[in-house]
Design a protein around this ligand. Structure first.
Ligand SMILES: [Mg+2]
Length: 333
């Protein structure tokens, strides 16, 4: 039997493991991933000509985990709440450091637009109103450690705090709410199936928040996506994830894709992350969200010891302590 701390740690390590597995395959087509790597069965080195990951060591995390750590720091600094200005400052500092060290993996489209607008003097409550991509969802997991899924309205309120400065749109908030509720549910003891149901309900609530922007309903896309895949027909299911659900950084594609992969491998978190990493597209983010949810539902047992060691040592992560600190702030039954 896993404990709540074990499941919280499983969520954070799952985020990092999924991110690092998808690091070398991101931005490639599914066919290119297969041609370049064959079957993805572990951490891989990015190709030398990779657009943003070239030269990164095997097992490196990317912006998904790094920005989730910024959200965690902002939550700890705010005693369980997030001040938008504080988070914006942390994102800006992170982007500057990333640029200084020569990283090509900088802020995504919504975050960079919001931060640029803020630097140009734009009002804090308006600069995020066009951000609809998956940056809010990719970095939301720490929020799930500090609030139970018992009151989904309260959970979505906290998601809005974390998202609004860069992603204050119904679509982005819905995607982040889905991931947060699923992770929070897993930490509270939910199976992948129950966590998915919580995610769908939170997405419905989240889609009503923030600015309306045109795009498909995230909750309905998740429900459709998990029903589309069939564990007895893996190849057809993967083709459907790639060609129908979609793997782009659009929230309404990548978040449903993560839930679809979980539905294919509800009892095998490591294989779920490997499958997500093999998709290509925004595979690091899809695998990071998949890993966070699967790790929350299964605890640290989800992850092979070597995988935990690899992400811990390659990236100097101490996620056990972070999980403890965040859990100390957890509210709700
Ligand atoms: Mg990334």
């Amino acid at each position: 039997m896993s404990t709540i701390l074990d499941r919280a740690q499983g969520a954070l390590y799952g985020l990092a493991i999924g991110d690092a597995l998808g690091m070398p395959t991101q931005l490639m087509s599914h066919e290119e991933v297969a041609a370049c790597f064959g079957v993805i069965d572990g951490f891989r080195q990015p190709p030398a000509d990779h657009v943003i990951a070239a030269g990164l060591p095997v097992g490196s995390i990317t912006d998904d985990t790094e920005q989730a750590l910024l959200v965690a720091d902002a939550l700890l600094a705010g005693g369980g709440h997030i001040d938008s200005e504080d988070l914006a400052r942390r994102l800006l500092t992170w982007a500057e450091r990333a640029r200084e060290r020569g990283s090509l993996d900088l802020l995504g489209p919504s975050s960079s637009a919001a931060v640029a607008a803020l630097v140009a003097g734009g009002p804090l409550d308006e600069v995020g109103r066009f951000g609809a991509t998956n940056g809010a969802a990719m970095r939301i997991a720490p929020v799930a450690l500090i609030i139970s899924p018992h009151d989904l309205d309260a959970l979505v309120d906290l998601v809005v705090e974390a998202a609004q400065v860069t992603h204050h749109t119904g679509i982005a908030i819905a995607g982040a709410a889905a991931v947060a509720a699923a992770v929070s549910g897993g930490i509270a003891g939910a199976s992948v199936g129950v966590a998915t149901t919580l995610g769908i309900r939170a997405a419905e609530i989240g889609q009503q928040r923030g600015q309306w922007v045109a795009g498909a309903a995230v909750a309905r896309r998740i429900a459709w996506a998990v029903g589309l895949v069939d564990a007895t027909d893996h190849d057809r299911s993967i083709r459907d994830v790639v060609e129908l659900i979609g793997t782009s950084l659009a929230t309404q594609e990548s978040v449903p894709a993560a839930f679809a992969v979980l539905a294919l491998h509800p009892y095998d978190p490591w294989q779920a992350c490997l499958t997500a990493a093999s998709l290509g597209g925004d595979s690091d983010t899809i695998a990071a969200m998949t890993g966070a949810i699967a790790g929350a539902c299964h605890g640290m047992d989800a992850w092979p010891l070597h995988a935990v060691q690899t992400v811990r040592e390659t990236n100097e992560l101490e996620l056990e302590i972070l999980a403890e600190k965040l859990l100390a702030l957890r509210t709700g039954p």
